[in-house]
Design a protein around this ligand. Structure first.
Ligand SMILES: *[C@@H]1O[C@H](CO)[C@@H](O)[C@H](O)[C@H]1NC(C)=O
Ligand SMILES: *[C@@H]1O[C@H](CO)[C@@H](O)[C@H](O)[C@H]1NC(C)=O
Ligand SMILES: *[C@@H]1O[C@H](CO)[C@@H](O)[C@H](O)[C@H]1NC(C)=O
Ligand SMILES: *[C@@H]1O[C@H](CO)[C@@H](O)[C@H](O)[C@H]1NC(C)=O
Ligand SMILES: *[C@@H]1O[C@H](CO)[C@@H](O)[C@H](O)[C@H]1NC(C)=O
Ligand SMILES: *[C@@H]1O[C@H](CO)[C@@H](O)[C@H](O)[C@H]1NC(C)=O
Ligand SMILES: *[C@@H]1O[C@H](CO)[C@@H](O)[C@H](O)[C@H]1NC(C)=O
Ligand SMILES: *[C@@H]1O[C@H](CO)[C@@H](O)[C@H](O)[C@H]1NC(C)=O
Ligand SMILES: *[C@@H]1O[C@H](CO)[C@@H](O)[C@H](O)[C@H]1NC(C)=O
Length: 572
């Protein structure tokens, strides 16, 4: 995937257009920010906090992050800072054998809002790009290293405190201290508090909602790694299904490309247009048997052997444990090409191996090649620091007025998007809430053609990070971060989320197409194939669909207005 060059200097400050007046600006934070920053760094004291660096950074600075970080695994050597801000770097002890590194970025033009960023994978890495992105919108922003440095799970070994930081303590600690810092620096407390994260960052979001519901007013949670132990088991289970590259069950990347093409052939038109994007992969009744080699021509690249067909079936089948319960749902359709290099490559998946070695068994010699159902049960039962993050009662968050927007790429190659409706429905069941009540605090959007958190063939630019910020105006309509603010502060919850796709994911080549993504369980159907690149082509209309809509109206009389407005069709 090509990395887009964010035009950070063009970042609009739409939400910061009315900076607060700082009634308690005794320290001249606004009039002399540079001096105020230096003074603040020296004067700020809190228990367990050691300030290592205080630095006033002017807009446009290309910050070198070389000092002190494990660049070989965090791969963040530098970061361009979009606005003038005061930067604090701290170490915060979380026990006598663990601690976090915490950064606070305090924009001079403050919107009055606080925000925490999250982490990814098993890291261990401050997401500077997210600090820059959110500070650019005027948030007083924090980001932490999740209790260890680098992407390896090795620091978990024989240290349950480091695991506790990873499971819940890093983000929560960063929020408590970050809010304190914000108040002390600006002379007034934040008005609203937000969170933005994806993957492990999505799990951290739900951990906060479940265990620390007072921390945030608004949350954007992407591709959440919830049911974390089971996810780690499922991630390791592909090796058992594919076998190693020399086994008859193994498919080469070329064969997975063949499977991908066959999936599109069988299912791409179900949404009304064959554009390489499955709007709702759940609708696909995929049959890999269509690729079976005739018995006279075994194992050529244009077909699959019987053992290979069985491998494909297994990958797309839910994984069950020895207790007969589901461990994790099947892989989504659409991610076959990237997954031929991630899960289907015939070698152990490193996150699974690290999690089991260092957090579950404390045994560095454990091998994922020997993963079994007994391991699944053991990890599930051990559940260190309740990292599973699978609580269904979110009423404390709902009752305090919290809002969460969840999104998940429908072609996610790391965390199958089939797990997200499972969690959403688990919450609805646990709380006994109909859709309208769920809508009051929790909305879930399925982003067609999006890979893990970003990238992919779909219109995946939804303001989830800085990657697709173009010169064009960012609004709540096309930017999830602005949307969550609009929902929390103005009551405007999203019905759809507009995504953008740039030609070859390169801003300078211009916009390829835009699409409005649907709120679960609604789905998109194309009714004007000639203009499928326009969001308007996805309205529900035409004779056949009118009949469908009429039928739906019998069941969803109240919803039908929304259906016509958004182009999203009920899927039940
Ligand atoms: C920032 O500096 C690094 C080297 O430290 C360089 O590789 C990178 O291109 C610079 N970024 C910008 C946007 O200038
Ligand atoms: C992580 O790196 C920072 C910066 O060098 C350092 O201060 C901190 O002690 C490290 N944390 C751990 C747990 O090693
Ligand atoms: C950085 O990470 C690499 C790879 O995990 C490791 O070999 C190296 O020792 C680490 N360096 C530091 C300074 O922690
Ligand atoms: C850490 O604190 C615990 C009590 O909370 C104590 O039992 C343990 O000995 C301490 N460890 C070290 C290395 O100081
Ligand atoms: C981890 O702890 C166990 C039990 O206390 C001990 O046997 C083992 O040597 C430790 N491993 C490491 C790498 O410290
Ligand atoms: C199938 O063919 C590929 C090359 O086309 C080869 O690498 C692989 O080993 C063959 N598999 C079997 C089971 O014969
Ligand atoms: C995790 O897997 C175990 C079986 O190993 C199962 O009992 C449990 O319900 C699963 N949890 C979730 C959230 O899927
Ligand atoms: C682990 O699996 C490998 C091959 O997959 C096998 O050779 C080895 O005996 C297994 N080890 C254990 C402890 O079961
Ligand atoms: C986009 O990428 C493809 C494949 O790399 C290339 O063939 C095509 O020319 C590119 N399009 C543009 C407009 O650069």
């Amino acid at each position: 995937m090509k990395v887009l060059t964010p035009l950070l200097s063009a970042l609009p400050l739409a939400l910061a257009s009315h900076p607060p007046s700082y009634p308690h600006d005794h320290d001249h934070t606004v009039s002399h920010p540079q001096a105020a920053c230096a003074r603040f760094g020296k004067s700020f004291h809190a228990p367990n906090v050691q300030v290592n660096l205080v630095q006033y950074v002017v807009a446009g600075t290309n910050l070198s992050l070389e000092q002190g970080y494990n660049l070989s695994t965090c791969t963040r050597p530098s970061q361009v800072v979009p606005v003038d801000l005061c930067r604090l770097v701290m170490n915060v002890a979380t026990s006598n054998r663990s601690g976090i590194t915490l950064e606070a970025w305090l924009p001079t033009e403050w919107s009055g809002r606080f925000l925490s960023t999250g982490n990814g994978g098993l890291s261990g890495c401050i997401q500077y790009e997210d600090l820059a992105y959110t500070a650019g919108f005027g948030f007083a922003t924090v980001g932490a290293n999740n209790g260890h440095n680098g992407t390896s799970g090795l620091p978990f070994l024989n240290n349950s405190d480091v695991v506790a930081d990873f499971a819940y303590r890093s983000v929560h600690t960063g929020v408590l201290i970050g809010k304190q810092i914000t108040k002390a620096y600006y002379g007034q407390a934040h008005k609203k508090s937000y969170y933005l994260g994806c993957s492990t960052g999505g799990r951290q979001a739900f951990k906060e909602i479940q265990d620390f519901p007072g921390d945030f007013d608004g949350i954007v949670a992407g591709a959440p790694a919830v049911a974390f132990n089971n996810l780690s088991s499922w991630s390791g289970s592909f090796l058992l299904k594919t076998g190693t590259p020399n086994s008859p069950t193994f498919l080469t990347p070329a064969k997975w490309a063949l499977v991908h093409g066959d999936i599109l052939k069988q299912c791409d038109s179900l949404d009304g247009i064959a554009d390489g994007i499955l709007e709702d992969p759940e609708l696909c009744p995929y049959r890999p048997e269509n690729l079976l080699c005739p018995s006279s021509t075994p194992n050529v690249t244009t077909c699959l052997t019987s053992p290979q067909v069985q491998t494909v079936r297994k990958v797309f089948t839910d994984l069950y444990g020895s207790d007969g319960q589901i461990v994790f749902p099947r892989m989504n359709y659409g991610s076959e090409i990237p997954d031929s290099h991630i899960y289907y490559n015939g070698i152990p998946f490193s996150y699974t191996e690290d999690w089991y070695r260092y957090a579950i068994y404390n045994d560095p010699s454990w091998s994922a090649a020997n993963l079994s159902l007994a391991d699944f049960s053991y990890a599930h039962a051990k559940n260190p620091s309740n990292i599973e993050t699978w609580e269904g009662d979110l009423s404390a968050f709902k009752n305090r007025g919290g809002k969460v927007i969840q999104y998940h790429g429908q072609a996610d190659s790391i965390i199958t998007s089939t797990n997200s409706p499972r969690y959403y429905n688990f919450v609805a069941d646990t709380m006994s809430l109909p859709s309208s009540e769920m809508d009051s605090f929790y909305r879930f959007f399925r982003i067609s053609g999006m890979d893990h958190c970003s990238g992919g063939v779909g219109a995946w630019g939804i303001g989830q990070n800085a990657a697709v910020l173009a010169g064009e105006e960012q609004t709540p309509q096309n930017n999830l971060l602005l949307r969550i603010v609009d929902w929390v502060e103005n009551g405007q919850g999203p019905e759809t989320v507009r995504g953008v796709k740039y030609i070859n994911d390169t801003l300078s080549l211009g916009k390829d197409f835009e699409r409005d993504h649907c709120k679960y369980p609604l789905r998109n159907t194309c009714v004007d194939p000639a203009n499928y690149k326009q969001p308007a082509a996805w309205k529900v209309q035409g004779i056949l669909l009118s009949i469908v809509v009429k039928l739906k109206e019998l069941h969803f009389a109240a919803m039908s207005k929304v259906l016509r407005q958004t182009g999203c069709l009920g899927s039940s």
